[in-house]
Write a new protein. Structure first.
Length: 317
């Protein structure tokens, strides 16, 4: 794909050389076409390189004119045109890279929500979400913990079996709710449990998983290479959405019923209606009179008389 912009730059340079156009020729603006094309398809690096090549190929046309005529409005415009393709390629490429990264994060968020909504245990859902986070952020390791204590929290990690120590950044974030970023995890004085010799620094971040009820867990991520500002922003955005998705899963599991009562359970404590693991307190006027307890015929008659009230109570579930 980079071959087409390169060919276009060479063609434009050849046309300007053969037709002997000066530095103020309208043809020089054609350098922007391959530069922008490379930036849109390959990003800022490719856009900057093609723009620099365009400037170098245009230099033999501009510099002799400056030497002959000095700095005139025309030659000054030609000098500016040497650097303009580079700037255009970098700017357009940066915007294209940012747009692609944002689209990738949106795809990851949708995938995480779908996987967390899939029937199964919370640990299985967390493992699928951790893999999505790792791929999206290009991370070395990812761990997701849900709970309030690092020892008892539900967890999932990629690779499987990643250990989270009580003195780690993830444990600190789980307790305090504060995000932790480290430029070198194994030499950070704040994290004594992470200290160890390593040939290269390990960038890391521990981000709280927050919901409407507060911090419900932590997302710990490690990178082997440089951590860009865009990657860091992406991690923070993913942590926000993962926290909300995990809370939705917890609510779903909490509301998912294991027993649905279709009749009335009568014991010495009164009548209990159970639906979807929720207990609705029996109103005082629907308590079985103590004088009837032990008399099955009287209790059955009393229940028949109050069937309408119990039906209305059942509809509250």
């Amino acid at each position: 794909m980079i071959a087409l912009p390169l060919a276009m730059v060479v063609v434009v340079a050849g046309a300007m050389a053969l037709t002997d156009h000066g530095p103020d020729s309208i043809l020089r603006h054609l350098y922007l076409v391959p530069t922008v094309c490379a930036a849109l398809t390959r990003g800022a690096v490719a856009g900057g390189l093609i723009g620099a090549l365009a400037g170098l190929l245009h230099a033999p046309v501009v510099l002799p004119s400056v030497e002959r005529a000095g700095l005139t409005p025309q030659t000054l415009d030609g000098l500016l045109s040497l650097g303009f393709p580079v700037l255009a390629g970098l700017l357009v490429g940066y915007l294209a890279d940012d747009g692609r990264a944002h689209a990738a994060r949106l795809d990851a968020i949708l995938a995480i929500q779908r996987r967390l909504a899939h029937p199964g245990s919370l640990e299985e859902a967390l493992a699928a979400a951790a893999e999505e986070v790792r791929v999206t952020l290009g991370a070395r390791r990812v761990a997701l913990l849900v709970g309030h204590d690092v020892q008892t929290a539900a967890r999932a990690s990629v690779p499987v079996g990643t250990v989270v120590d009580p003195g780690s950044a993830a444990a600190f974030t789980l307790v305090t709710g504060q995000a932790v970023w480290s430029r070198d995890l194994r030499s950070d004085p704040r994290l004594p449990s992470e200290r160890a010799l390593a040939p290269s620094p390990i960038r890391a971040g521990a981000l709280p998983l927050a919901s409407g009820v507060g911090v419900i867990g932590v997302m710990a991520v490690e990178w082997a290479g440089e951590l860009t500002r865009a990657t860091r922003a992406g991690a923070e955005e993913l942590a926000l959405h993962v926290g909300l998705a995990v809370e939705n899963v917890r609510l779903t599991l909490r509301q998912r019923g294991v027993l649905i009562a279709t009749d009335y359970l009568v014991n010495s404590g009164g009548v209990i209606f159970a639906a979807q693991e929720q207990l609705i307190k029996t109103p005082q006027h629907l308590h079985v009179p103590e004088a009837m307890l032990g008399d099955r015929v009287a209790v059955d008659r009393w229940l028949a008389e109050h069937a309408g009230a119990f039906t209305a109570l059942a509809e509250l579930a």
